[in-house]
Structure formats: C-alpha cells, structure tokens
Design a protein around this ligand. Structure first.
Ligand code: AMP
Ligand code: TRP
Length: 346
C-alpha cells in the first residue's frame, strides 16, 4: 500500500454566528491537533454560497471565522489558515470529482435533503455537489485526518468513496505515473470528545445550529457574559434533579446536553460532572454552568473583537495561508491532471 504522510484538514463555513457547537464539536479539536500534526484549517467560503449570502456580510463572516480560529488558539504561522476561494485547486479538483461521483450518492446526503427542503428542484446545483467540493478540499492536500462534528460523518464517508473510486477507475494510470497503488488516502474522520453533537438549548432533540431562528437556541462565541448567563438560565430542562450516573441521562435529552456541555468545557467526563452535581437541581447546576461558559468563552469573544478591529491583519493571515496552501495543493493537482490524461503547461 502507498503510505501517506499524516496531515490534518478541516473547514468551517462563514455563514451565521459561530456557536458553542462549532467550538466544542470542531474548533477545540483543531487546536489540540496542532501538537501532533501539520494542520490546515480552511474558511470554506465557496461552500457558503451554495445558499444565498449577502456579499458584504460574507466578507465580514470570512474574517470573523478566521478571528475565531486565531482567538481559540490556532497558530496561523506554524499551521495554515486561509479561505478556500484563494486556492483554485479546490474548484479544479472538485470538477474532476463531479465526474467521479454519482448523482445518486449526492441525493442520499441528509444535509442536502435538510437544506434543500421540499423544493429540491429549486436548490442550487452547488448545494447538490457540495460533498464533492468537500472531498476536493480534503484530498487536494491528501489529508489523512479530518476533525469534525458528528453531523459531517456522512460527508466523510462520501469523501472516502470518491477517493476509492478515483483510485480504482484510474488504477492503471496511477501506477504508470509512479504513484503506486493509490493516489489518494482514505481519510479518517476524527469525531472525538464528549461534545460531538451539541443540541439546541430550546430543544434537546435538535442540533445547535447557525440557522436556528431563535438566538436563545445557541450560545454564540461573540455573546457577552450577560447573554451567556441568560441563555443558560432560560435553557429548556425537565423537572428532575440530575442523576448520579450517566445511565440516568437516557431519555433526558436536555439534561444530557447540558451535562455534556459542562463536561466538554471543563475537560471532564460526563460521569465526573455527575459525581459533582448528581442529586442537585438545575437551579444549582445552571449558574455553575453559566460561570464556566463565561470563563471559557469570554476571553475568546474578547480576542475575536480585538482581531476584528484590524481587518487588514486578518486579510494578511489569509493571504499568507493561501500561498502556503497553494504550494502544497498545486503539485498534487498536477499529479491528478497527469493521471486523468490532461495536458498541462510544464
Ligand atoms: P459548519 O458551521 O456547518 O461549517 O460546521 C463547522 C464544524 O462544526 C463542523 O465540523 C461541524 O460538524 C461542527 N458542528 C456544527 N454544529 C455542531 C453541533 N451542534 N455540535 C457539534 N459540532 C457541530
Ligand atoms: N461541510 C462542513 C460543514 O458544514 C464544512 C467543510 C467544508 C469541511 N469542507 C470541509 C469540513 C472539509 C471538513 C473538511 O461543517
């Protein structure tokens, strides 16, 4: 088997407010992986426009996600931070993958079904092809590991399917061009930690999401201490005390979610949290959770605001990251073109 050098890639869409789900499900893991891997973190603006985005707002959001990455502890000098549209390899490889992937695969994606809603015919063609661009994001760097929240699992399986079909369809040419028996790695998803799926504060059966019309459903990274405390105080719960064992959280989605958030923010397990709070009422637990959330998120929000005050500096981070990302992706894309049989300028 061809060996692939370990490399981490992940992306976040610059749409709507970044929230606690994005932070605990994804960004915290992005930060941790910097210790062990070369990492590439991408603000996926081309994915964002699969549904309508106001142009001025889009530019602002690209900078805001970048600020969140840096404020949360991602180092854009040791690792790579950039926005997708600055590196054309993403779009070029996505086209080739559009010709490898099948329409049926795309039609099965639950995110497409959710976002397209009832009127599928009226969804953008980009929304249907979205996972093919996502596969290109990852495979343009031959990334081996992709940290994401639980909701992205299906897209990562599709990324493996595309890599595998490319490796099979072009097997002969891959070998002839000296790439061994596989051109692309079969990327591993990293869906880890106690908070891979943070739920809405208003409904423990719905995922916390940027697009929920109620701002009370989520804690935004830019919320101030008062907003965080109010949202946690108003969060939906049941009437019972917290259980002493994690088994007692079954069938109690709101309780399970709040305990999971506490665990993730404090770096404890859910059982540790219950050892501390089991038997107590939400009236005691919620203020402790609010204090913890303010302690952890407050400094990130403040640093984001500081960074956002200097958009020129953020744009420089993105431009520098894009140059370095391009230098990795370009030779890989050249290899793909050779394998496919395209003729390119040498
Ligand atoms: P998106 O905002 O859709 O670009 O998502 C960015 C990252 O955050 C992805 O890795 C998602 O899986 C993750 N994510 C989004 N919402 C949640 C949530 N409610 N819980 C956990 N992870 C999430
Ligand atoms: N689809 C991801 C989301 O909605 C964002 C994304 C785009 C991504 N390209 C990626 C995540 C590549 C990981 C790797 O959250």
């Amino acid at each position: 088997m061809t060996e692939f050098q370990p490399r981490v890639f992940s992306g976040v869409q610059p749409t709507g407010n970044l929230h606690l789900g994005n932070y605990l499900g994804a960004i915290v893991n992005f930060v941790a992986l910097q210790q062990s891997h070369d990492c590439i973190y991408c603000v996926v603006d081309m994915h964002a426009i699969t549904v309508w985005q106001d142009p001025k707002e889009l530019s602002r959001q690209i900078r805001e996600v970048t600020a969140a990455f840096v404020a949360a502890g991602i180092d854009p000098v040791k690792h790579i931070v950039f926005n997708q549209s600055q590196v054309s390899a993403h779009a070029e490889l996505a086209w080739i993958f559009n010709c490898v992937a099948r329409i049926g695969w795309m039609n099965r994606m639950t995110q497409f079904k959710d976002k397209a809603g009832k009127d599928k015919e009226n969804a953008s063609l980009g929304l249907l092809a979205y996972p093919s661009l996502m596969a290109a994001d990852i495979l343009a760097y031959k990334a081996t590991h992709v940290p994401v929240g639980e909701d992205q699992k299906q897209h990562l399986e599709l990324t493996r399917d595309i890599a595998q079909k490319f490796n099979n369809d072009y097997a002969e040419s891959i070998a002839e061009h000296g790439f061994g028996d596989a051109f692309f790695p079969l990327t591993e998803p990293l869906i880890t930690g106690p908070a891979t799926r943070i739920m809405s504060l208003r409904d423990g059966t719905k995922k916390m999401s940027k697009s929920d019309p109620s701002d009370y459903s989520r804690i935004n990274l830019t919320d101030d201490a008062e907003a965080i405390a109010t949202k946690i105080r108003k969060a939906k719960t049941d009437a019972d005390a917290l259980p002493g064992e994690t088994d007692g959280l079954k069938g109690r989605p709101e309780a399970d979610n709040l305990v999971g958030i506490y665990a993730a923010l404090s770096g404890l397990s859910k059982q540790d949290v219950l050892n501390q709070f089991g038997g107590q009422q939400f009236s005691a637990f919620k203020p402790a959770l609010a204090d913890l959330a303010v302690e952890k998120l407050g400094p990130i929000g403040a640093e984001m605001r500081r960074l956002m005050a200097d958009p020129g500096h953020i744009d420089q981070i993105l431009a520098n990251g894009a140059l370095r990302a391009d230098a990795i992706a370009r030779p890989i894309l050249d290899g793909v073109k050779d394998v496919v049989g395209f003729i390119r300028r040498k």
